[in-house]
Design a binder for this molecule. Structure first.
Ligand code: ADP
Ligand code: MG
Length: 675
């Protein structure tokens, strides 16, 4: 008796060889095959006249074969079959490649349906390798991605076998949820996604399966979030935030105070904190981190503060020691470029508990660094971190509190799923006295004027950035190369100034050197690619010129711009773009008119979809089979609300009707659960 979890090898028509192919694609059970949805459909019902069919778009025509099928051998192993077909409006020449089995079954004088793209010209239209069906064939036919050398047709046959094998199909969605959201049941959804009986049935099936996928995802994240708050041995017993505030050279904003309060409440609860702090560039996240490190130290446990680069780690180290150097709290830095002896000393002190706050790069936790009592782990600028990696982080130490700090505002809808397993605090206020950055959009005819503008500031002792999109010249795209750009300016317009270059292909050590020279003021003008996007704090830098601004995502432009306007000087950002497209103008205007990262992120999401936020699979979410987070964003929200409701009613998912969803979640997050 087959079930959904039966090994795919035992489905009729599969066998060992095919099973191997299927398994390579992740189709290892009969159930997984049923969830291998068609990538497209052929519609055989809306036939059009040949003369009225557009070229180069898939169409279905109904035509009579009016010549014998002619066989042309063009070279070894390659045979063409050619014939003419016509309807009442026009004639078309059809070519089949190597499809002998098909060609043999075609009869001159009979009428068939042809599905394909028309080519050729109005004088003689042609169609090459169309799908061909009997004249009275009806319906919508699924097209599957090929699996190894298994064609769509073979996959189709296997799916049909699986569907008609009578395996029990349990609906993971509870009936109450289905009814509330007007969704069809699983059996008819599965039947109609593979072999739709009508357009409406297909739409319904899709809607239901998309919902299900997003519902499982979000229920899973929420479930994880609740479950992960396990008991912690590091409980904050005395809140020393007032002591900390006295040491600060400024007054915390009320947003900073609130966020510290939220974290302290977590850390005092007896369970481990698992929180994300979202705060725009310049909102003062470092002070929040420092406060929490101080409070941890006064409660007798160690903390680790990690940054993505050495230079940032050093910067944090300086900030934190400046604040609490005199308080008796022992801070230490651990980075790759220290000598072996230095590192050994730090590690030994750490193990002995002689260090309260350790600051370093993310490599910190992967190296053989042992703490005496690690109670708090803070990772800075961690927006490109996946759910799974977050799990790995907290596995170090004995359930320490974890805090992730990110400056990348994520549109709310996406935040729900990217950070669905974390509690979220938002610093939605800037320190007082911060100047708004003036932003201008110009075309390249202004470049020389902009250079002169930059020189004026350099002459006054300030510093500036110029951002170029790519390192290497690309022949097809007119992108300014940073290296070439640098060479040109260094010996040309800016030959009387000290100019530096920073790009992603430099060695970390070189990069750090350049950044150090820039923050020490030895470099006046820094030509850079987007590597300066993250966290660099040089308050003396007040102008930024961004070349080819149209090539950047809005959130990225916002991050870049966040490198200036960090000190007491008025700062300005100039975006150069020669693009005349309305879309570009719209996008650049968003940047020009807003300095609020969340507003910008929402606009970016609306204009460009989730690519910039979910790029390169770095979000760590499972692959989507059928849902599209952008196109299906309304369903995403609906499913999110339903997920919350379900977990409120049944936090442990132990009710009988929720057993299906629970096992789906376990399957989906198996690797996470093993952490
Ligand atoms: P980010 O959130 O981008 O990491 P930082 O922590 O680097 O921001 O802070 C940006 C700047 O603002 C720093 O120079 C910091 O000293 C300053 N700052 C932070 N909080 C306050 C505050 N409450 N009042 C005045 N200045 C502050
Ligand atoms: Mg920062």
């Amino acid at each position: 008796m087959l079930t959904a979890s039966t090994d795919i090898q035992f489905l009729k028509g599969v066998g060992e060889k095919r099973a191997e192919l299927l398994k390579k694609k992740g189709i290892d059970t009969v159930g997984a095959l049923l969830r291998f949805y068609p990538r497209n459909y052929l519609e055989w019902k809306n036939t059009v006249l040949i003369s009225e069919s557009p070229f180069d778009t898939p169409v279905c025509i109904k035509a009579k074969i009016v010549s014998e099928v002619e066989k042309v051998r063009i070279r070894q192993g390659m045979t063409l079959f050619k014939f003419f077909a016509e309807d009442e409006s026009a004639r078309v020449s059809v070519t089949l490649f190597n499809q002998k089995y098909l060609a043999d079954r075609l009869n001159c004088g009979s009428t068939y349906l042809f599905y394909g793209k028309l080519g050729g010209s109005f004088l003689m239209r042609s169609m090459s390798s169309p799908e061909i069906r009997e004249e009275n064939f009806m319906g919508i036919e699924p097209i599957y991605s090929a699996v190894g050398n298994l064609t769509s047709k073979s996959v189709q046959r296997l799916v049909k076998t699986a569907l008609s094998s009578g395996i029990p199909l349990n609906d993971v969605l509870p009936e109450t949820v289905r009814e509330r959201c007007g969704l069809c049941d699983f059996v008819s959804a599965l039947g109609n996604i593979h072999f739709p009986i009508s357009d409406e049935a297909l739409t319904k099936a899709k809607k239901r399966l998309v919902f299900e996928e997003l519902f499982v995802l979000q229920t899973g994240l929420l479930f994880l979030k609740k479950r992960k708050r396990s008991l912690s041995g590091y409980t904050v017993k005395c809140n020393t935030v007032d002591e900390f505030k006295k040491m600060l050279g400024f007054t915390l904003t009320s947003a900073q105070e609130r966020v510290i309060g939220e974290c302290v409440r977590d850390m005092a609860s007896g369970r481990s904190m698992n929180r994300l702090v979202q705060g725009d560039v310049g909102s003062g996240k470092t002070a929040v981190a420092a406060a929490l490190c101080y409070i941890s130290a006064s409660n007798g446990f160690q903390s680790a503060l990690m940054a993505p680069t050495e230079i940032l780690a050093e910067q944090h180290y300086k900030t934190v020691t400046d604040i609490m150097g005199s308080s008796g709290i022992r801070c230490m830095l651990l980075i790759g470029s220290q000598t072996k002896k230095q590192k050994e000393q730090v590690k030994a002190d750490l193990k002995d508990g002689k260090i309260d706050v350790l600051i370093g790069t993310h490599a910190l936790l992967t190296e053989n660094v042992e703490f005496k009592s690690l109670g708090l782990v803070i990772t800075d600028e961690q927006h490109r971190f996946g759910v799974e990696q977050r799990g790995a982080l907290s596995s170090k130490g004995n359930n320490p509190h974890t805090l992730v700090m990110s400056a990348t505002p994520i549109p709310r809808t996406l935040g729900l799923i990217i950070y669905g397993d974390l509690d979220i605090s938002v610093i939605d206020e800037y320190p007082r006295g911060r100047q708004k950055i003036a932003t201008y959009c110009v075309d390249s005819s202004y470049r020389n004027r902009v250079y002169n503008y930059i020189k004026k500031f350099l002459d006054e002792g300030r510093q500036a950035y110029i951002v170029c999109p790519l390192v290497e010249e690309n022949e097809t795209l007119d992108i300014t190369s940073a290296t070439e750009y640098y060479e040109n300016l260094k010996d040309g317009d800016f030959k009387n100034y000290s100019v530096g270059l920073l790009h992603g292909k430099m060695k970390p050590k070189q990069k750090d050197e350049v950044m150090r020279d820039f923050s020490d003021g030895k470099i006046q003008l820094l030509i850079a690619t987007t590597v300066i996007e993250v966290g660099i704090d040089v308050p003396n830098a007040v102008v930024m010129l961004i070349e080819n601004a149209e090539r950047f995502g809005l959130s990225q432009l916002h991050q870049l711009r966040g490198r200036i306007g960090r000190g007491k000087y008025k700062s300005s950002c100039i975006l150069i773009s020669d693009s005349r497209s309305d879309d570009t103008k719209k996008r650049l205007n968003v940047i020009k008119n807003s300095c609020d990262g969340f507003v910008i992120a929402d606009e970016d999401f609306k204009l460009r979809g989730p690519g910039d936020f979910l790029g390169n699979r770095q979000h760590g979410l499972p692959d989507m089979k059928i849902a599209d987070i952008f196109a299906d964003r309304e369903t995403l929200q609906l499913a999110g609300r339903e997920a919350e409701r379900m977990l409120e009613e049944d936090p442990t998912l132990s009710l009988k009707e929720n057993a299906g969803i629970k096992s789906e979640i376990v399957r989906l997050y198996k690797r996470l659960n093993e952490n």
